[in-house]
Design a protein around this ligand. Structure first.
Ligand code: ZN
Length: 146
């Protein structure tokens, strides 16, 4: 059973909204790194799709650097994010066709809002995605101290 919740800080959510605004009217994209259902880091990646207004394709260099970090015991790849300049907050049919049935999280940013999904074999949306609840905690600045 995969996680149906995703823990992610408000800072990270705000960052992704900013990336989406900066890339508009093109799509921005990137990687979610962390442990199980907790996002610890977001890694913006270049969108190398031919038509960046309606598609995204994550720069393979970003994926390779994450795989390297995973091998070295760093944060793991737990999902992907990208923006929808058309304002649709759900993954598209195109997204469903691209998504592997790997239990990875997908975050969609549209109009300053975010939605979270997990890929699955019989997802409720496009037979590929199930909605995920996001749990955000306000992160305190500086070291949490211990
Ligand atoms: Zn999409």
């Amino acid at each position: 059973m995969w996680g149906m919740t995703l823990c992610i800080s408000r800072q990270h959510l705000a960052q992704m909204v900013d990336y989406a605004k900066a890339a508009h009217p093109k799509e921005c994209c990137g990687l979610l790194l962390g442990e199980e259902c907790r996002v610890l880091k977001i890694l913006p990646a270049a969108n190398i799709a031919e038509d960046k207004h309606v598609r995204f394709e994550i720069d393979p260099a970003a994926l390779l650097s994450v795989q390297k970090s995973e091998r070295e015991g760093g944060a793991k790849l737990i999902g992907y994010y990208h923006s929808h300049p058309n304002g649709r907050l759900e993954p598209s049919q195109t997204d469903a066709a691209m998504a592997a049935q790997d239990g990875k999280y997908w975050l969609i940013i549209a109009d300053g809002q975010l939605s979270a999904w997990v890929t699955s074999q019989k997802g409720r949306l496009h037979n590929r995605f199930d909605p995920v609840e996001m749990i955000s905690k306000v992160e305190t600045h500086g070291p949490s101290g211990h």
